[in-house]
Ligand binder design. Structure first.
Ligand code: ATP
Length: 844
């Protein structure tokens, strides 16, 4: 049964409640005639000794003890064994209490509602407890009575057995006909009926069922039983019993019938029990249905009642009032619509707020996470800082300790210093005294010195004046000396010029000596060149054999040291080269052993850089330059030939043919010359590759032919310039080389010897000059002798290994430098002479 907490309870209960709001002052339990709390506590202690409740237990304490419902269920189970199954499926408190209250309802007993005990409203609870106490005490009385009846029956049976009658069930049947046999029948029946009839309640009906089953077990006959049941049923108030109780009563009867040995009755009873169970289920279902309908009906009737009241009220109203009501209703409706709109807006707001809340929550959780991370980082950082702080602290402590030690040391030192300074102060004081005396002495001396200084000063002034006069006289004299020195230089230059002129007049072959620097990888410590003098002196010696060869001095026109540049070398050669433009024949040849720098001086290491240019390029460049300058008065034609003499064969390097007369190539600029020379060098290189370093074993000759015409006089000038890079002059030992090498060596030796012979024949002014002894002398004939100007570059290798070659080269050069070829003559042809020659040639 569903009990509403605020429902008015008066149909079966004793109390009525109208909600917890206006609860009247709670009456005391004793005031309701159910005894005192103390008596109930005492009763409970007797019933459940384990509770051991104190006699002064308050209502509140009792409530605490009862609220889980266990005690109530246990009491009810004592009253009706098994009415509440407390073994399984129970949860404390509410479950127990609900089951208890349901059971109380089924038994039709006074009970409280769940909220009473939960809210501490103990009066109905205690009343219920009092009711239970009463019932349990009554049940005990009844039980005792029943045992008394049973004892009487048993004694009767014992009596009958003692009187010899058989002990069968018939003897125990108590019916109307055989009342005499069983004088206790009435007594029992009376006792039974009186006990139940006095209790006109469904609970007693169940008890009656129990009693009846016991009777059957004990073997009462059917007639007796029927009568008894009839009487029993008549005696008890069945009308008041609940359907549930009635079904249980019926089931008990049927259970007892099944227990009986009679097979027919057993089957009938079982069938009946099944039928009764089905009916029971249906009735219960019906009851549940009816309950629901009833609830529904009561709700509906409540509604209708209220509506009816409203309608009744409306009916009593006037038309105006109804109209006012309608307008009011309309207003309410509009208000309702507005409110609904507002509600909708609010809901929308709510949704937005929820959204916002969700996003805020998300944000919050993100922030929390971030906070966590930051917290963790912060903690780590704190840890780090702590560690650092500890370390710093330790370091500081150590430093402090060190400083303290240092301070102690310092204090000691300060004390030492103090004592030391005191002793020093003493010393200084003594010294001060000494100095004071010393100073006095010095001041006196100073005074004397000042006096002396004044007289010295006067003397110095006098001397200064005298010296000034003397200096002036010296200056005048020095001026004359400077003038004389200037004259000396100009005289020196004049001398050199005169010397050169004398040389020119004599027609001496000029010899310039050039010492090659050490090459990378060569030992620079030892050199054969001991000294180079300003006026062309050269001192050579053999550093590896100092004692053997004495120092030798040679003298040439000019000696260039290892540091001399290409420019410097050319500057001393230029005046000679320029005479070619004036109609002179000039021959410049480089002589020396292989690797002594002949090619370097004549051509230069490379033609790409102007600085590296040798005499050849610089000479031609210079010729073009001067020709250009003389453009107004002279016109020049310049032609170039380039040949190589190898093994006494002349090869034209510009055409790459072995021909008797080399080809002539006109050039007008330095670029033309560079181009031609490149061709010549390339052709020589090709041959060199084919014939294995032939350049060292061949003579290369560049011949520059200059033809100039004086624009004013018509005079014709012809000049030749031979630039010769000779083959290596070293003597080759015949036993060391054979074959081609020997042949090459022989040819070189022959041609150089022929050159020497020509030069010396010229020097001795022989009638016969052997030009034809070699190709070299043949080619150079026009420039050797015959009023030509000749310059020889003697190239030296300073390496001590080359000492003997150096020496023989220098000896040869010395002899050459002494050769007088006679004054050079210009190849000039006047216009008249030329015209006459032309006329003669045309006549022939
Ligand atoms: N004045 C110098 N300054 C620097 N290096 C030089 C000089 N003279 C010669 N040399 C170097 O010495 C080496 C030999 O020089 P070079 O080839 O001119 O000798 P060479 O007498 O012409 O030899 P060969 O008879 O074999 O032709 C080259 O590597 C050259 O660059």
């Amino acid at each position: 049964m569903n009990v509403q907490p605020q429902r008015k309870r008066n149909e079966m209960g004793i109390y009525a409640r109208f909600g917890s709001i206006a609860r009247p002052k709670e009456p005391r339990f004793e005031d309701n005639g159910y005894g005192s709390v103390k008596s109930l506590v005492e009763w409970l202690n007797n019933l459940f000794p384990y509770l051991n409740l104190p006699s002064e237990t308050t209502e509140e304490e009792l409530r605490d003890c009862l609220i889980d419902g266990t005690i109530f269920c246990s009491i009810l189970n004592k009253l009706r064994p098994g009415v509440i199954d407390m073994r399984t499926g129970f949860r404390p408190s509410a479950d127990y209490l609900k089951r208890f209250l349901d059971a109380m309802d089924e038994m039709g007993l006074l009970r409280f509602v769940l909220e009473d005990i939960q809210q501490g409203y103990m009066l109905p609870v205690l009343q219920c407890l009092g009711t239970l106490k009463e019932h349990l005490e009554n049940a005990d009385i009844y039980s005792r009575k029943r045992w008394e009846v049973r004892e009487v029956e048993l004694s009767n049976r014992v009596d009958q057995s003692q009187h010899g009658s058989s002990l069968n069930l018939d003897n125990f049947v108590v019916n109307g006909e055989d009342k005499k046999k069983n004088p206790n029948k009435d007594t029992y029946q009376h006792g039974l009926i009186s006990s139940v009839s006095s209790e006109s309640s469904p609970f007693l009906l169940l008890d009656a069922g129990n009693k009846l089953s016991e009777m059957l077990k004990q073997g009462f006959y059917a007639e007796f039983l029927d009568d008894n049941i009839k009487d029993l049923i008549k005696s008890i108030s069945v009308d008041n019993a609940s359907t549930h109780v009635l079904f249980r009563f019926l089931n008990q009867i049927l259970d007892e019938s099944i227990d009986k040995k009679d097979e027919h009755a057993y089957h009938m009873a079982r069938m009946l029990k099944q039928v009764v169970q089905v009916i029971e289920q249906r009735v219960y279902a019906q009851v549940e249905n009816l309950k629901d309908q009833n609830n529904l009906c009561s709700v509906c009737s409540g509604k209708y009642q209220s509506r009816l009241k409203v309608l009744e009220t409306l009916a009593s109203w006037s038309t105006e009032e109804i109209e006012a009501l309608f307008s009011h209703l309309k207003q309410i409706k509009m208000d309702k619509t507005g409110i609904e709109e507002k509600v909708r807006l609010k809901e929308k707001d709510l949704t937005n707020l929820k959204e916002e809340k969700r996003s805020l929550e998300n944000e919050n959780s993100a922030l929390k996470r971030e906070l966590e991370t930051l917290k963790r980082i912060h903690e780590e950082h704190c840890l780090q800082i702590e560690t650092q702080a500890k370390e710093t602290n330790q370091a500081l402590e150590k430093k402090t300790h060190d400083l303290e030690c240092y301070l102690m040391d310092s204090n000691k030192r300060v004390k030492q210093l103090e004592s030391f300074s005191e002793s020093k102060l003493e010393g200084w004081k003594k010294k001060e005294e000494t100095f004071r005396i010393f100073l006095n002495n010095h001041q006196r001396a100073l005074q004397e010195l000042r006096t002396a200084y004044a007289s010295v000063k006067q003397e110095v002034t006098m001397t200064k004046k005298r010296y000034g006069e003397e200096f002036y006289d010296l200056g005048v004299e020095l001026e004359g000396v400077v003038h004389a020195a200037d004259n000396y230089h100009s005289v020196l230059v004049e001398n050199r010029k005169l010397y050169n002129e004398v040389q020119d007049l004599k027609g001496n072959i000029r010899v310039y000596c050039r010492v090659r620097p050490f090459l990378p990888g060569q030992c620079k410590k030892l050199t054969t060149v001991e000294h180079i003098g300003e006026n062309g002196e050269l001192l050579v010696s053999n550093p590896t054999k100092p004692g053997k060869d004495k120092n030798r001095i040679f003298k040439f026109n000019k000696v260039f040291g290892q540091a001399a540049s290409q420019e410097e070398v050319f500057l001393d050669t230029r005046p000679l080269i320029r005479t070619v433009l004036d109609g002179f024949n000039v021959c410049i040849f480089a002589y020396g052993q292989t690797g002594s720098g002949k090619t370097y001086t004549m051509s230069g290491p490379s033609i790409s850089s102007k600085e590296d240019w040798g005499v050849n390029y610089r000479a031609l460049h210079d010729l073009f330059h001067i020709a250009q300058n003389r453009k107004g008065s002279m016109t020049y034609e310049i032609g170039v030939q380039m040949v190589e003499i190898y093994n006494e064969q002349v090869r034209d390097l510009l055409t790459c043919h072995a021909v008797p007369d080399a080809s002539m190539h006109q050039v007008t600029s330095t670029e033309d010359v560079l181009e031609l020379m490149n061709i010549g060098l390339m052709n020589r290189a090709v041959s060199a590759t084919a014939l294995n370093e032939r350049s060292s074993r061949s003579h290369s000759i560049i011949t520059i032919h200059v033809r100039g015409v004086d624009l004013e006089s018509g005079t014709l000038l012809r000049g030749n310039l031979h630039l010769v890079d000779l083959a290596g002059s070293e003597r080759v030992d015949r036993s060391e080389v054979t074959g081609e090498r020997l042949r090459e060596a022989q040819h070189i030796n022959k041609s150089l010897s022929a050159l020497g012979d020509v030069i010396f024949a010229l020097a001795q002014k022989s009638q016969h000059v052997p030009y034809r002894n070699s190709k070299l002398t043949q080619v150079l004939q026009s420039s050797l002798g015959g009023q030509a100007k000749t310059l020889m570059f003697v190239q030296l290798n300073p390496d001590p290994d080359s000492y003997s070659e150096t020496l023989s080269t220098l000896k040869f050069a010395e002899r050459v430098s002494g050769v007088e070829l006679g004054a050079a003559k210009s190849n000039k042809e006047g216009r008249d002479i030329r015209e006459l020659v032309d006329q003669v040639s045309s006549m022939l």
